[in-house]
Write a protein that binds this ligand. Structure first.
Ligand SMILES: [Zn+2]
Length: 181
């Protein structure tokens, strides 16, 4: 089942509302880029690469530094600490961090911890929800409408919002806002 089919319209509307609210709290307009660093700072989150995490087990550090197979994780609620994979491209880092921030905004709780990496495990539905909200935080529907009404093309929309081209296409698909070509 695709991400969209699994998430009801009410939830998707709620995500757009959360994205609008977070932007307005920061006085960032819907058509402006919102970086994950800015939103994380507003939420009081500290962002770490694995080597910066205090007191991480050497074995866990070695696994995390050597692997592309993880994106990011919340390693402490209070204070809020988020670790991200520095091996990923900048646009991927943005979506990874927005995904983790979405877990915070949706108040998702871990369902356990991976014994090898020490990172939290979550329910698949929570993962789908965080991915969806993360996309809204990066490119709100109103921001995408603004761009397409100005006939801005997909690659430029991606650059404008600091997102990957795949994310722009995804947001177009899920919001029914067609891209110009
Ligand atoms: Zn997640």
């Amino acid at each position: 089942m695709s991400l969209i089919q699994s998430l009801p319209p009410e939830f998707r509307q709620r995500c757009e509302a959360i994205a609008t609210e977070q932007r307005s709290l920061l006085r960032v307009r819907a058509f402006e880029a919102l970086s994950a660093d800015t939103l994380a700072a507003k939420l009081g989150a500290t962002l770490f690469t694995p080597d910066q995490v205090p007191n991480l087990e050497p074995e866990q550090l070695a696994v995390l530094l050597a692997s592309d197979g993880w994106s990011g994780a919340i390693i402490s609620d209070r204070p809020l600490w988020i670790v991200y994979n520095p091996r990923h491209a900048p646009t991927r880092r943005e979506s990874n961090l927005m995904h983790e921030i979405a877990h915070v905004l949706l108040d998702h709780k871990p369902v356990g911890f991976d014994p090898v990496t020490g990172l939290p495990k979550r329910k698949q539905n929570n993962e789908d929800e965080a991915t969806y909200l993360g996309g809204c935080l990066q490119i709100p529907k109103r921001g995408l409408l603004w761009a397409t009404q100005r006939k801005i093309l997909l690659p430029q929309i991606a650059v404008h919002f600091g997102a990957s081209e795949a994310m722009v296409q995804f947001r177009s698909n899920v919001t029914d806002v067609p891209l110009k070509c």
